[in-house]
Structure formats: C-alpha cells, structure tokens
Design a protein around this ligand. Sequence first.
Ligand SMILES: Cc1cc2nc3c(=O)[nH]c(=O)nc-3n(C[C@H](O)[C@H](O)[C@H](O)COP(=O)(O)OP(=O)(O)OC[C@H]3O[C@@H](n4cnc5c(N)ncnc54)[C@H](O)[C@@H]3O)c2cc1C
Ligand code: FES
Length: 497
Amino acid sequence: MNSDSATPTGPDLRKGIAFGDLTDGGMLAGHAGGEAVLLVRRGEDVFAVGAVCTHYGGPLAEGLVVGETVRCPWHHACFSLRTGEALRAPALNPVSCFHVERRNGAAYVQEKLEKAAPRELTSPTLPRSVVIVGGGAAANAAAETLRNEGYRGGITMLSADDSGPYDRPNLSKGFLAGSAEEDWIPLRSLDFYREHDIDLKLRACVAEVDPTSRTLRLVDGSELAFDALLLATGAEPVRLNLLGGNLAHVHYLRTLADSRALVAKTEASRRAVVIGASFIGLEVTASLRARTIEVDVVAPETIPMERILGPDAGNFLRQLHEEHGVTFHLGTTAASITARRVTLKNGESLEADLVVMGVGVRPSTSLAEHAGLSIDRGVAVNEFLETSAPGIFAAGDIARWPDRLTGESIRVEHFIVAERQGQTVARNILGARERFDAVPFFWTEQWDKAEIEGRLKARDCAISYRRGGKKLAVATIGRDLAGLEAEVELERAIASE
Ligand SMILES: Cc1cc2nc3c(=O)[nH]c(=O)nc-3n(C[C@H](O)[C@H](O)[C@H](O)COP(=O)(O)OP(=O)(O)OC[C@H]3O[C@@H](n4cnc5c(N)ncnc54)[C@H](O)[C@@H]3O)c2cc1C
Ligand code: FES
C-alpha cells in the first residue's frame, strides 16, 4: 500500500486553512494534488504529511500525535511529521511530506518535499562487515536500518528459509483464509536487497558461530568472518510426540512453505482438528472456517487464553468462535492420530482429514548456546540487546532483555517487537548505545487484576492488566485509539522509572 492509493476526502489543503482553526496537536485530514494529506499544528509549526500509513493503509488521522510524530492506530507505526520518515516498525517506508506556507493567518499546503539525500557514515570505528543470521522480522529491520542510517560497509543476511523476509503473521490469517494474495506476503522484493547492496543468501543455514575468531560456519562447510553479528534465528514450533504425530496430514505452521502446504491441503479437506487454543491455534481455526472447513479445537485449558487475557476475554473469544461454528474440546489433549481420526485423552474420537498443531514455539537458541553465549530461557541480552559476547547482538523471538516496566527480563514473540529490536540493534552496531525501551506488545502472565472498561459483548472495551496496582499491559477491542494512548502512557511510565 502507499499513500497515493487513498481516495482523498475533506478540504483542499492547497486553498489554505485558517491557522486559528488548527488546535495545537490536533489533526485535520484533507487532500492536496489528489493525495490524502494530514495537517498537524505543533506550537507555531504546521506540518503536512501523507494521511495513509505505508504499512497496511491505516488512517493516520485516527491515530495520535506525540511530539513531532504521528502514530498509526492499527499497528502503531510512527512517522516523523517533519520529514515523513518511518521512525518505528512495522512501517518500513516513509509517508510523503509537503511544504507548508504560512501567510495572512492561514496555512497552505504546497509542493511535496524532495527526499533527503542518503546519509553516509564514514567513522573509522564502524565495523567493516555486519553479518545477520536469520531472514525474518528482526533481521530485515536491522539490515534496512543499517543502510538507512548511512552504513556503507558489507551486510550479509544468512537465512535458512527458501524465501526472502515476509509477513509471517499473515500466514495464519489472510493468506491461509484465502483473502490475501501471495504477492502481499514478502516484506521486500529480492531486487530491494540487491539495490541496497545487502547480500541476502537464502537456504543458508548457519551451523556454528565462533565469537573468539569472529567467524561462522555454514552447514555447507563455507566460512564467513564478521566484525559485528546479529543473531535473529526466531523460534521453531514445539512438536508433540504422540502416536500418528508424523502422518502427512498433520501440519505445523511457521514458514511460508508450511502455509502453502496447509493451503494446498485445505482444498481437499472437510474436517479439521486444531490442537492448541492460543493465538496461532485460534487464528488457524478462523481461517479454516473462512474456507468452510468444520473445525474442532482441542486444548488442555478450560478457558482459551485465560492465563494471558483473563477469564472474561477468554470466554468472549470462545463464544466468538462458537458463533462461527467452531466446537471446543477443552480440559483434554490429543492421545493419538490416525489417517481419519484424532482420539482424545478423555476418550472422545473426532473425525479429521486435516490436523494442525499450534502448541507453542521454542526459541532457536542452539547457535548461541554452542557459541557459549549466556542463555536464560532465550539468549540473554542487556538493555542494548548485546549478548554476553561484545559485538554479538540478538533480537526478536530469541532475545530475553531487561524490561524497565516490569523490572523483569522478558522474551516476547511478537513481529513488531522483533522489528523494533532489529532497528535498535542496527543503531547500536553503529555505536548509538540506544536502550531498547519500546513498549512491547506483550502479554504478561504475571498480572493479579484484569479491569474491564466498556462492554466486551459489544466489542467495545479496554482491559487493563495490573500487578500490585501497577498497569503492565492493556488489551483493547474496537478501540484502536485507546490502544495507542495506552502505549504512550506505558512509554511515559518506562521513561520515569
Ligand atoms: C503463523 C504465525 C502467526 C503469527 N502471528 C503473529 C501476530 O499476529 N502478531 C505478532 O506480533 N506476531 C505473530 N507471530 C509471531 C511473529 O511472526 C514472530 O514473533 C516474529 O516473526 C519473530 O521474528 P524473528 O525475526 O525473531 O524470527 P523469524 O521471523 O522467525 O525469523 C527467523 C529467521 O531465522 C532463520 N534461521 C533460523 N535458524 C537459522 C540458522 N541456523 N541459520 C540461518 N538462518 C536461520 C529462519 O529461517 C528465519 O528466516 C506469528 C507467527 C506465526 C508463525
Ligand atoms: S497499518 Fe499502520 S501500522 Fe499497520
């Protein structure tokens, strides 16, 4: 998506808006030259930027202005009002930025500003080469940020996958449901990496990292030296060891290849059993229902996602899926699988020509472990996302970092967290010493009170999760702006720690 694709509405901002009509920090959506444009006043300055988020087209006018930035209400990307630059993932491209002229008490949107010339860093202290192990969210964000910050040294991305970086969350949603085309899935074209001189190697599985000699070895025996290294190897699905668990109609979902195989299988399937009722299990369930496949969900908990969301939101989710024809079998697990049936530990037997396992993931830490890096239920990193070996960083699903809000070290499996960590690592490789302080989209399981404000049934509420009175997380349903406001509130709480 790009900002040119919206149908512009509101006033023609080229004709001028009285300065007095703009409130400080307020937004006015209009258009200029056929493009949707957002006008924002900050003090005596007036900014004009493209009004449509470059991630998935979110309406920035419904977002939030924070300082000299505007945040998208959908997935919280953050853009500079002064330059249009995408400052925080998940948006990777800038929005347009326009010159605004002030005369006779009015603000007039003028021509589009030229993109700033690419920066070029030349310090002798910069690493000569950066190697990134992984080709996912964190890896891609790190490589792009290195180039955006002006780094001109060598960047090599080694990915075990056979596809370039892609929108992994979509694999269980639109792509599986059949509503998203495959060409929406890549984060960038392969040409993008060539044009930015990023040496992306696919099917390149790293076998060993040696922090002392600063080299790594690939499975094919080749070796590569690095000055700085990012480990962003993500996570792998937990595999259940049960009778029939290896049959061909039993699927796991992590990669694009997994999702393609699942899509192909749905074409000849009538009944599915989904094992696991957490995020991925329930998303797969909804996507299979969109393909009119009958779905039974099996999970040991009595309320889906109760530990994370609390009983009210968990029961709400269950009800929502039941309204779409899903049958839950809770408080039990699968005992065995045959070509046509899944037998549960409670004795029930369910018909299934497709089985999907969504029973969690474990961080892919084996490279870090064998390299002798500190491990703590993930790869332990400091506030700068650096591992116990100087110059070797970790980001994304594998990294456990000290979180200032909870005072605990946490590891979060979230796409945007991975991207934002990749961005921070890139700046730290270049010497920024930037703390990773972004408010994670995380679910602490350590809350003692969940307070609902609004009405769950009407799908219009915000749930605050607290421990000892302190707000640790917020979930919103049908309230995008409240979600953004919660992010800013938690950011301020972190800053004051
Ligand atoms: C189906 C699905 C749906 C999801 N939905 C959501 C969602 O809605 N919202 C959300 O926030 N998150 C979601 N997630 C989680 C999110 O995708 C991850 O948190 C995120 O991708 C983590 O990014 P990462 O860079 O750490 O790892 P990944 O994106 O997993 O990338 C890891 C990369 O490392 C490579 N690799 C691993 N080992 C090696 C090796 N030895 N050598 C070379 N390369 C290696 C892999 O091939 C891969 O390219 C979902 C995940 C899945 C699977
Ligand atoms: S659409 Fe704006 S962040 Fe996703």
